[in-house]
Design a protein around this ligand. Sequence first.
Ligand SMILES: Cc1cc2nc3c(=O)[nH]c(=O)nc-3n(C[C@H](O)[C@H](O)[C@H](O)COP(=O)(O)O)c2cc1C
Ligand SMILES: C=C(O[C@@H]1CC(C(=O)O)=C[C@@H](OP(=O)(O)O)[C@H]1O)C(=O)O
Length: 358
Amino acid sequence: MSATFGNNLKVTIFGESHSAGIGVVIDGLPAGLKIDEKKIAEAMKRRAPNRSVASTKRQEADIPEIVSGYFNGRATGTPLTALIRNTDTRSQDYERTVELLRPGHADYTGFVKYHGFNDYRGGGHFSGRLTAPIVFAGSIARQLLEQHHIHVSARIKQIADVMDPGPYSAAEMEETERKDFPVVDMDIGRKMQDKIREAHSKADSVGGVIECAISGLPAGLGDPFFDSVESTLAHIMFSIPAVKGLEFGDGFKIAGMRGSEANDTPILKNGTVSFASNHSGGIGGGITNGMPVLFRVAVRPTASIAQEQKTVNIRTMEEASLRIHGRHDACIVPRAVEAVKCAASLAAADLWLEVNHD
Ligand SMILES: Cc1cc2nc3c(=O)[nH]c(=O)nc-3n(C[C@H](O)[C@H](O)[C@H](O)COP(=O)(O)O)c2cc1C
Ligand SMILES: C=C(O[C@@H]1CC(C(=O)O)=C[C@@H](OP(=O)(O)O)[C@H]1O)C(=O)O
């Protein structure tokens, strides 16, 4: 199924941005798993629209209604389903884009794949709004991981050309999670916010990079080929709308390094094998090596910008021009941090459940 992820923890998302609602079915949660609804609500809030600088003004409560698989604060072990209502749609903003393809968005590909029957309103099933059910499911997966001392954190590393290089300690990352703008160094964060405001004032948008770390994963998870740790994370990271790049450890930079610089030296630490560095991002041959799994995703500048753009009218098959009206994020990155963290939690839980069954 196109909307299902996972081998051991299966997650199916559904819905469209402007339909009655969106949601998720999670199959494979260990029976008896303690679920803290407050933690879910906090994660939903960190991703919600109308929260960050120059973000969409759409107002959604994003309170998930759990309709199955949950009883007395614990997972029952049968499919857990949650519904999230869409309450602040403004579909008239999309009257023109039913035929005028938005450059950079999924209007053309959606039209071709679904023969014009796709719900185009608000991007339909392609919308970034579908990261709300991913965050719901991922925040439960994250609780499962935390109960086994595995921690997932993420931060803004770059917005436009402004960088917050890091690296940072676990404590600094934890502190960052509580911020409205999840960057570690707030002096750099203010420069990033200025870039977003400046682009927005020019009817334009900016992108950026999110860095994510999964620490505490035992060595030995994953597979050499098609279910490698990289493949599993890539599978779900590229399911987040607007993610266009992904690199692990030293990433593309490793291509220019010498073997002597890139190799992670095995060392003994408290009687077990560890590594003196982490250029490979905690993965060897597709399998975790016990070091933090470290990766970065590149997020494109928001497609829907308010300046006039050239396009094609898909009904008349004529070239046309388009000015998009509506409530869009001038930068997707701040809200996508939670989506990356929760998607990483789903991937890590899926890998972990391969060898641990409760
Ligand atoms: C949290 C989040 C919010 C988004 N907000 C917008 C938005 O306001 N306007 C927009 O054009 N795209 C937005 N996007 C991105 C589009 O949904 C995405 O670019 C589109 O579906 C095409 O997919 P692609 O960029 O992966 O090819 C958002 C994505 C996420 C994850
Ligand atoms: C609603 C959310 O984000 C939406 C993602 C989105 C897109 O094209 O991806 C476009 C906008 O939709 P609308 O025009 O309906 O306001 C955003 O508001 C959300 O994240 O919950």
